[in-house]
Design a protein around this ligand. Structure first.
Ligand code: UD1
Length: 430
């Protein structure tokens, strides 16, 4: 079982290159099978979730050729089954994306129900509502979503909640439906826009992505394309907050500053200096952080995927901060781990009341999920002494080479297998 051994105390200093967006890559890889022609995708992150999805797609006849660590060609011209049986895909949230893609293209899909991080109830009723509105029958049976349609016909769909997954999934199916579909109360996240741009580059007619009304004029078929995935907003935000937590000076490169506005605003509010360039952001933190109030909201609000990272920073703030997660109700599991490191946080429902402490101290802790895992690493980098962090596979789901990137910025962090290797790390860094 892999663990991170971390010795805290070094500020992160230097330049870090951000990879492609995981949450854009996953639906784009699924959408790439909607044409029989070859699609070339670049800037794909090499992380567990994207690899699991690609492997699952090969089991139904999709041809995948890795042309580099971050590029792939995909050809969905020889798909022989509309049923994905792959066991691993159950572990990832994005398992639901092949449903929209297969349903749109073949009017049929049978895919295992999605898993993903345990951060609260992760319903898929809005996906189902959208597919049904387009004319599909949808059943949940034996752990699978089963859907088929004689015809998919464009319609008016109002989403009862703002859902990234449902917006993208219904948009994919509607792309190859007859007539026009209007999705109201759609999610506006940058990755929703990226998927729409990708589909449009394959011949789709999607307008309004990035606003809360998306209009999709169905087309008969899609063609091949070459596409570069946008930079990962959350990986960038995680490094920006890592600079704040460790009192560092980081140049975060290959980002779209517009996508980081809510993150930047909070960093400035808590006392960091943030400098914006065309495609990079510099974050410098030299003072004790100021407390603040944060509420996670759909884009352009502060992302729920950045909630643990900002809470870790505020845990070292001078005073009381309030963090409310309005998106997922069970996203504070990391608080117990952070408490072992000396944090003073009380959770009441979906709100964390954080009373800042002067320092964290290293401890034996465990990553409860992807983003919380990354946030705990930043806490350990700032902490006094050593931390051994379990369950790093969660972090590897969404961060490519996380510890190597941190190491290049001066962090003392290593991947270890057991206590013996941890002791060796201690001797080396002691
Ligand atoms: C995606 C991201 C995840 C991010 C989340 C919110 C991926 C693979 N994951 O997850 O990292 O934290 O967006 O930005 O892209 N909901 C329903 N019914 C539905 C769908 C959603 O009630 O059918 C609710 C959810 O329970 C949640 C909220 O809507 O409270 C937002 O969920 P959604 O945007 O769908 O998140 P995911 O697509 O699962």
């Amino acid at each position: 079982m892999k663990q991170y051994a971390i010795k805290g105390g070094n500020p992160l200093v230097g330049e870090v290159e951000i990879g492609g967006s995981k949450n854009a890559a996953l639906p784009i890889l699924a959408a790439a099978i909607m044409t029989d022609e070859t699609v070339y995708i670049d800037n794909m992150p090499d992380v567990f979730d994207t690899n699991v999805l690609l492997d699952a797609l090969t089991t139904i006849g999709v041809s995948i050729v890795r042309t580099g660590r971050h590029s792939v060609t995909i050809n969905g011209g020889n798909i022989f089954s509309k049923q994905i049986e792959d066991d691993n895909i159950k572990k990832i949230r994005a398992a639901y994306y092949p449903v929209g893609a297969l349903l749109g293209k073949y009017r049929e899909a049978i895919v295992p129900l999605p898993g993903g991080c345990d951060i609260g109830c992760r319903a898929i009723d809005q996906h189902i509502k959208g597919f049904r509105a387009l004319g599909a029958e949808v059943l949940i049976e034996h752990g699978y979503i089963k859907t088929r349609a004689d015809r998919l016909v464009g319609t008016h769909i109002y989403m009862d909640c703002v859902s990234v997954g449902a917006t993208i999934n219904v948009m994919m199916a509607a792309t190859l439906a007859e007539g026009t579909t209007i999705i109201e109360n759609s999610a506006k996240e940058p990755h929703v826009v990226d998927v729409a741009n990708f589909l449009n580059s394959c011949g789709a007619h999607i307008k309004g992505a990035g606003t809360d009304v998306i209009r999709i004029k169905g087309v008969k078929k899609l063609h091949g394309a070459e596409y570069t995935i946008i930079p990962d907003q959350i990986e960038a935000g995680t490094f920006m907050f890592a600079a704040a937590v460790t009192k560092g000076d980081l140049m975060v490169k290959n980002v779209i500053p517009k996508h980081l506005e809510s993150i930047t605003a909070k960093l400035i509010e808590i006392g960091c200096e943030v400098e914006e360039f065309d495609d990079c952001m510099r974050v410098v933190c030299s003072k004790t952080l100021k407390p603040t109030h944060v509420k996670t909201l759909p884009y352009p609000g502060f992302p729920t995927d950045m909630q643990p990272q900002i809470a870790v920073a505020l845990g070292l703030g001078e005073g009381i901060s309030i963090v409310t997660d309005t998106i997922f109700e069970n996203r504070f599991k990391y608080v117990d781990e952070l408490t072992r490191m000396g944090a003073n946080i009380r959770v009441e429902g979906s709100t964390a009341i954080i009373n800042g402490v002067k320092k964290y101290t290293g401890a034996g802790i465990s990553a409860p999920d992807l983003r919380a895992g990354a946030a705990l690493v930043t806490a350990a980098l700032a902490a006094e002494g050593y931390t051994l962090l379990d369950e790093v596979q969660y972090i590897q789901r969404g961060y490519e080479d996380f510890h190597l990137k941190l190491k290049a910025l001066g962090a003392q962090i290593e991947l270890v297998e057991d206590q013996r290797e941890f002791q060796k790390f201690k001797l080396k860094t002691g």
